[in-house]
Design a binder for this molecule. Structure first.
Ligand code: ZN
Length: 202
C-alpha cells in the first residue's frame, strides 16, 4: 500500500507558505508505516520542534489504475475520509532550503492520520466542506471547490506515473490555516459537520 500526497493544491495555502501555485499537481509519497489509524494517539517525535497539522480529504483507490483518463478516474476510488498530513515544518524548511528531498519531514511514523471511511457516492460532483477543530476551536476550514486540481485530475495524473492499487490512498492537499501542534492538543476533523476524525497529541 502506498500513500500519494498532493502539495499546494489550494492557492491560499501555497501563498501562506510563500510557495508558487503549481501548474501541475505536485506529488510526494508517504510509506505504509506512516499510517496512524483513527483513535490512536500521536506521540510527538523528538526530531522536530515544529510539527504542523494539515487537514485533508483522503480518497481510497478501489481497483488497479494505470494511465487512467480523467473522464474515467471516478471509477477508481470508492471511499472518502479526512486525514491529517503531519509535517515536521522545521525539517522540511531546512531540507527545502538546501534543495534536498524532504521525505523525512513528511513520511515519518504516524504522519498520516486516517479518520473513518465513508462511501464516496454522497460526495461526488459537489462541493465538500470540512473543518479542523483544535481543542474545540476552529483551526482550519476547507472547501473542495477551492482545490486547484480536483479528485479526478489527481487520480488521473498520479496514475500516469504510478500504478495505483486497491487500498492505496490519496491525500488531496490542505487548505490554508496550517499550524503547530503541542503535546496535550486534541484534533478533531469534521466532514460536513459530521465528526469523522479524532487525534490526541501525546
Ligand atoms: Zn499536505
Amino acid at each position: 500500500m502506498k500513500i500519494i500526497c498532493v502539495g499546494r493544491n489550494y492557492s491560499e495555502h501555497a501563498r501562506e507558505l510563500n510557495n508558487a501555485v503549481p501548474e501541475a499537481p505536485m506529488l510526494f509519497m508517504k510509506p505504509e508505516t506512516a499510517v496512524l489509524q483513527e483513535g490512536k494517539p500521536f506521540y510527538y517525535p523528538e526530531f522536530s520542534k515544529n510539527i504542523h497539522y494539515e487537514l485533508e480529504i483522503v480518497l481510497r483507490i478501489c481497483k488497479t489504475a494505470k494511465c487512467v483518463g480523467k473522464e474515467f478516474a471516478a471509477n477508481y476510488y470508492d471511499r472518502i475520509a479526512l486525514g491529517l498530513d503531519f509535517t515536521a515544518r522545521d525539517l522540511q524548511d531546512q531540507l527545502k532550503s538546501k534543495g534536498h528531498p524532504w521525505e523525512i519531514a513528511k513520511g515519518f511514523d504516524g504522519s498520516a492520520v486516517i479518520g473513518s471511511w465513508l462511501p464516496i457516492d454522497a460526495y461526488k460532483n459537489r462541493n465538500i466542506d470540512f473543518k479542523l477543530l483544535k481543542n474545540g476551536v476552529l483551526a482550519q476550514e476547507g472547501h473542495s471547490d477551492d482545490m486547484i486540481f480536483d479528485f479526478d485530475t489527481l487520480v488521473s495524473y498520479a496514475s500516469q506515473f504510478f500504478t495505483l492499487k486497491q487500498g492505496d490512498l490519496i491525500f488531496t492537499g490542505t487548505p490554508a490555516g496550517v499550524g503547530p501542534i503541542q503535546i496535550g492538543d486534541l484534533l478533531e476533523g469534521l466532514l460536513e459537520d459530521k465528526p469523522v476524525l479524532k487525534c490526541q497529541i501525546k
